[in-house]
Design a protein around this ligand. Sequence first.
Ligand SMILES: NC(=O)C1=CN([C@@H]2O[C@H](COP(=O)(O)OP(=O)(O)OC[C@H]3O[C@@H](n4cnc5c(N)ncnc54)[C@H](O)[C@@H]3O)[C@@H](O)[C@H]2O)C=CC1
Length: 400
Amino acid sequence: MPFDPAVIRANFAVVERRADHLVTYFYAHLFAHNPGIRGHFPEDMSEQRDRLLAALTSIVLRLEDPDRLAGYLRALGRDHRKFQAAPEHYPAVGASLIAALRHCSGHAWTPGTEKAWTEAYTVLAQAMTDAAAEVPPDEPAWWDAELRARRRAAPGIAVLTLATARPYPFVPGQYLTLSSPRVPRVWRPYSIANAPRPDGTLELHVRRVPGGLLSTALVDDTVPGEPLRLGPALGDAVLDPRSRRPLLAVAGGTGWGQTRALLEELAARTPEREATLLLAARSDDEQYDLATVERLLSLHPRLQVLLAAPGPADGRDGAVALVREALARQRDWSGWDVHLSGPPDLAPALAGMLAGLGADADRIRHDPVPDTFNRARPLTSSERFLDHRNVPWINRTELG
Ligand SMILES: NC(=O)C1=CN([C@@H]2O[C@H](COP(=O)(O)OP(=O)(O)OC[C@H]3O[C@@H](n4cnc5c(N)ncnc54)[C@H](O)[C@@H]3O)[C@@H](O)[C@H]2O)C=CC1
């Protein structure tokens, strides 16, 4: 590896504490020095800032695992074609990233830090541009799609059916990113909620997020016939095609979309595999799409379904407790493949619990949990020590 991950990781621990400032500075620098680039980004930049942080964090977390890093960068480079990112944009982004890191590092910035980041950025930019250049010539940068139907499935949840102008390749369990001309240049990820169909249509389950421009447009305003754009399918939380182990699938809320695609695939390809679905909702009236659950039960003789919806007074904690109790009823999950899908805290919490109940950690799959910055998260052993004891910093300036 031509750059030093330890230097980057140490510097990242410093700048992470000023994450908001880092990205604000980065974009201000980028747009000031390259006014033409502004048009590639959405009008409202607040979400975009989180995405840059998430990508940076994902990269730093994978630094010591070159294969995972390479896979991540390949997907990122291929996916960036939909933003019309061109090779000439990369040096501009690199210069602004280094400027922002330097600005936020204070005294912690040294020639060695600058060298490590510059080398790392060169490697990652090359990996992304190579990945974009290696895409087969007939693969589009995005797929034009049309909304065929919008159905209200539960309060605040819509099921969308889309048709693409050309075939859309994906594996059940993958997700896509979607953009609508109603909210230009904003892209959001949604799991594909079905296995490939003869007519090629795709189903997405969308919950309206408070303040979410795209989710509100999709759930409340879109009408059949209107255009949408889809980025390439992403994600590797798919069924292991070689596995004959029993499968536990836990889905929370609209996380059901991904799980549904996996179970459709399972019923079609390996109905001899034992499977348990734990389908969790906030309440009874949010437990939507039960007709599909019944259809899957009729297709898959070895599928068992547990529905978990709390009573009106239980609240979210009660809902979470219900899921955990249901899983704890089986004391030993060793030998099972596990798929988890739902809100960001679901997968890490349940993966930990299931590992404690015997599940093999490397047989637990879920989509990447958004690596958003958590300033409270200690990154190093000294930070863990200091956080734990709540000892105030005495040499803050020295640390940057
Ligand atoms: N591939 C994936 O992982 C997908 C994830 N999603 C995400 O799923 C979420 C769905 O949101 P909502 O429908 O609002 O879900 P939600 O926040 O209402 O949760 C639904 C249910 O899941 C269970 N649950 C949630 N957190 C849990 C935990 N930590 N431990 C155990 N059980 C838990 C509870 O029963 C809860 O009522 C969104 O954040 C969306 O981004 C959506 C589609 C696919």
